[in-house]
Design a protein around this ligand. Structure first.
Ligand code: ADP
Ligand code: MG
Length: 272
């Protein structure tokens, strides 16, 4: 009697093995069902084959989106599905919804999101980022302070150029929350390198609770700040939430009014 390994594999076994080698796992998983269905419905070859290929395409598209989502580095998940459009009286809803079509990414245009703390800037930037990931774009999300710290550390081990070059290729770079930090003389120059490498080609979305004319001070009054602002403003869409309410202190989950701290709003902030 022949030993197991001498038994020639059937065509179906070979097919399964080849599908495994080609990493076409969705086709392999759907094969039995598709064969049954083809027999029952008396499907033609093309219909049968197209159905299986479509399964594989769907699985690969979904898996690529999951990888891009991971690489994007969102601090949390926020979407427009959970966004309350009625909360902010001065939100330019038309603009926010227009930008949801993501043309700005294809056009490489900057988007500035300005408003007080708690007005939904981070929420919106993540929501745009997630839309972009699912539309097939590569996205990176950074808190500005974290990016500056990473670039600054790169000065010591000579990796700034590599970091800037990597960041320059991302379709949508989200720089969240440019605010007053203890500035270092190098900060503005480092941020400029990133912005300049993307300028006119790739879209950068930057959010801030400071008005644009306060960015210079926040970044340490460097001589490059005007050039940085210039590049970010050219062809930019600006979502400016004037006199915005904080969802944190005024939203549905905020403490009752008599328990809310007064005078939360520091001076010189956007929309004040
Ligand atoms: P900002 O970045 O402007 O300081 P966030 O986007 O972090 O504010 O918003 C603070 C919190 O309030 C987050 O949990 C966010 O999801 C929520 N939030 C803000 N605006 C809205 C809104 N219009 N609808 C639903 N949730 C909101
Ligand atoms: Mg924020």
């Amino acid at each position: 009697m022949a030993r197991d390994r001498d038994i020639p594999p059937t065509t179906l076994d070979e097919l399964r093995r080849d599908l495994g080698r080609l990493k076409m796992h969705a086709i392999a998983a759907g094969l039995d069902e598709a064969l049954d269905q083809a027999a029952t419905l008396e499907q033609g070859y093309v219909t049968f084959f197209a159905g299986l290929v479509a399964k594989q395409v769907l699985a690969q598209t979904e898996s690529a989106a999951q990888s891009r989502l991971k690489l994007a580095g969102f601090p949390t998940t926020k979407t427009f599905d959970t966004f309350d459009w009625t909360f902010q009286a001065n939100l330019n809803i038309q603009l926010v919804k227009d930008l949801m079509n993501l043309h700005f990414i294809r056009q490489g245009r900057p988007v500035l999101v300005l408003g007080r703390p708690g007005t939904g800037k981070t929420h919106m930037s993540i929501a745009y980022g997630i839309l972009a990931v699912h539309a097939g774009y590569t996205v990176r999300h950074f808190a500005v302070t974290k990016l500056l710290a990473e670039l600054y550390a790169g000065l010591a081990d000579n990796t700034v150029e590599r970091m800037v070059s990597r960041l320059s290729r991302v379709d949508l770079l989200i720089l969240d929350d440019l605010r007053q930090v203890t500035p270092k003389p190098e900060y503005a120059g480092l941020l400029f390198e990133v912005i300049d490498a993307r300028h006119g080609r790739k879209s950068t979305m930057l959010s801030s609770n400071l008005s644009v004319n306060a960015w210079g001070k926040a970044l340490g009054n460097s001589t490059v700040t005007p050039s940085l602002v210039d590049r970010l403003m050219e062809r930019a869409h600006v979502i400016n939430i004037k006199r915005g309410r904080s969802y944190r202190t005024d939203g549905p989950e905020a403490p009752p009014e008599h328990e809310r701290p007064a005078g939360l709003q520091p001076e010189g902030e956007e929309g004040a």
